[in-house]
Ligand binder design. Structure first.
Ligand code: 5GP
Ligand code: ZN
Length: 112
């Protein structure tokens, strides 16, 4: 866990462009944005991925989901946004700390 990139970002050991923080969540800009707006929403506690989530994390997951529209609006996304959660190697997950991508803005390609 001490080797986790996003844990280090949450702890301020690696700099990031922070957008929002509270007791449970840390939100920052993706270093390699795939859209005009590209945020990463992470829980402060380390969870590898959705595969690590249990009913014990019910409130945390609900809080993350409920925060998404507010975070999108705070970045000027008034007409919608996309959320992505990659899980595990076959799901395209590159950083092993649960995160929700928020993407939006002009030029967001179709998804199908
Ligand atoms: P994943 O593929 O795991 O769902 O997404 C990981 C995301 O983390 C990628 O979009 C990547 O650009 C982003 N990322 C990787 N390293 C860093 C970093 O050091 N800082 C920030 N802000 N984002 C990072
Ligand atoms: Zn971590």
């Amino acid at each position: 866990m001490s080797d986790c990139l996003f844990c280090k970002i949450v702890a301020g050991e690696i700099p990031s462009s922070k957008v929002y923080e509270d007791e449970q969540l840390f939100v920052f800009k993706d270093i390699n944005p795939k859209a005009a707006v590209h945020l990463l929403v992470v829980p402060k506690i380390h969870l590898d991925s959705l595969d690590d989530v249990t009913s014990e994390h019910h409130d945390l997951i609900a809080k993350m989901m409920l925060k998404l529209p507010e975070l999108a609006r705070s970045q000027g996304l008034e007409n919608g946004f996309r959320t992505i959660i990659n899980t595990g190697p076959d799901g395209g997950q590159e950083v092993g700390h649960l995160h929700i991508h928020i993407l939006g803005g002009l030029g967001l390609p179709g998804f199908n």
